[in-house]
Write a protein that binds this ligand. Structure first.
Ligand code: MG
Length: 389
């Protein structure tokens, strides 16, 4: 049973997050006229500096390797698209899933996971570095645009969705959004859906980019049952189609297939658990949004294939190791001599004084905010004797 809402769309489900019962913002603000609080969150994310920087941050490939590959920005847009499609079918708040999706990678370092691993090693003695927690730092503190508060002052619900994973020791320091990791409860369905949309988006676009880059071989990919089945059906339907069309037709069907499985399985789980509110969703012993067991197994096989064939490909590995060396050297050099930092970060250093962990965090924030190309240029400025100072 679905009910029409006054605007002609579908009314939100009882288990969705309803804007009127939001747990609010860290710094209270009047409700925005003409927009829901989650629309305002989404809009604030889009206007942020960190969001624009995603255009020049690596997903899997280093940003300068080619213009056609996904960046963190196009990845985030694809996650938003997938998440909205799922949310509409489940009658969840679409603006909230989009706000979470667009913000989820704001804390990513340059050079993708290689950059984050290197920065995490550098920060080992100072509390470590996790991109999820960094995304939260970006929206809570690091963005400086408003006179009344630091950060973007997003709602609890968007912040809860951004903090996808977190260790218990770190969660204890994060206040309200960390609580669920200590209590073992669930986030909203909107957060669960955004999280799974991330996986749907990257599994698909990494295949697409990997094939186009010549790092993945189609023959090998056809042995992955989930992909092979769909590709074979496409090939039968369009026997004369070009490899490019076959790749895209397979990709769009794969996304559709994954979304449909997720929506159907989640509907079944909702029907069984009968959540009457978002509080019931949070109190459930396991997440209500999920793929079927059969599909989850197929996704695991696909991810294993991508891990072995793409993420550990010698060419990707060489770039990753180079990126790690670059990040480590930047970090150590800037921490040893903070006068090499830009003025804004030097002022933060003066404020924290002799607290070593806080000093290291200033350097980590600076490096994490860099785009791939800015990090490379900064490296040249510091170490290339022929480069500009
Ligand atoms: Mg992501």
């Amino acid at each position: 049973m679905t009910a029409a809402c006054p605007e002609g769309g579908l009314a939100l489900a009882p288990y969705a997050i309803h804007a009127g019962s939001s747990r609010g913002r860290r710094y209270p603000e009047d409700p925005p006229p003409g927009r829901s609080p989650f629309q305002r969150d989404r809009d604030r994310v889009i206007h942020s500096t960190a969001f624009r920087r995603l255009e020049y941050k690596t997903q899997v490939f280093v940003n300068h390797e080619g213009d056609l590959y996904r960046t963190r920005l196009t990845h985030s847009l694809e996650v938003g698209q997938v998440a909205r499609a799922i949310a509409r079918q489940l009658r969840l708040d679409e603006d909230l899933v989009e706000a979470i999706a667009l913000a989820h990678d704001l804390g990513h370092t340059p050079f993708g996971h290689a950059g984050q691993d290197a920065l995490n090693e550098c920060m080992a003695a100072f509390g470590g570095f996790e991109h999820n927690i960094q995304s939260l730092r970006v929206v809570d503190e690091l963005e400086q645009r408003y006179g009344d508060f630091p950060g973007l002052n997003l709602t609890f619900e968007t912040r809860e969705g951004i903090l996808k994973h977190c260790s218990k020791s770190k969660a204890a320091k994060l206040g309200d959004v960390g609580e669920r990791f200590l209590l073992g409860t669930q986030p909203s369905l909107e957060a669960q859906v955004s999280n799974l949309a991330d996986e749907i988006a990257y599994n698909n676009h990494d295949i697409d980019d990997g094939l186009r880059a010549g790092l993945l071989m189609l023959d090998a990919l056809l042995d992955v049952p989930l992909y092979g089945r769909i590709f074979t059906a496409v090939k039968e339907r369009y026997p004369r189609a070009s490899p490019t069309v076959l790749r895209h037709e397979t990709g769009r069907r794969l996304i559709h297939h994954l979304i449909t499985d997720l929506v159907e399985t989640t509907r079944q789980r909702i029907a069984a658990a009968q959540p009457a509110s978002s509080d019931d969703v949070r109190a459930a012993t396991s997440p209500l949004a999920a793929h079927s067991d059969a599909m989850a197994g197929e996704i695991t096989d696909l991810k294993r294939f991508l891990y072995q064939q793409l993420y550990r490909h010698p060419r990707v590995h060489r770039q990753a190791e180079k990126a790690k060396r670059l990040v480590r050297r930047l970090f150590n050099t800037l921490l040893d001599d903070p006068r090499l930092l830009p003025g804004k970060y030097q002022r933060r250093m003066q404020v924290v004084g002799g607290d070593e962990a806080a000093r290291a965090r200033v350097v980590a924030d600076y490096i994490a905010g860099m785009t791939d190309r800015f990090a490379i240029a900064e490296y040249d400025r510091l170490f290339d004797p022929h480069g500009e100072a």
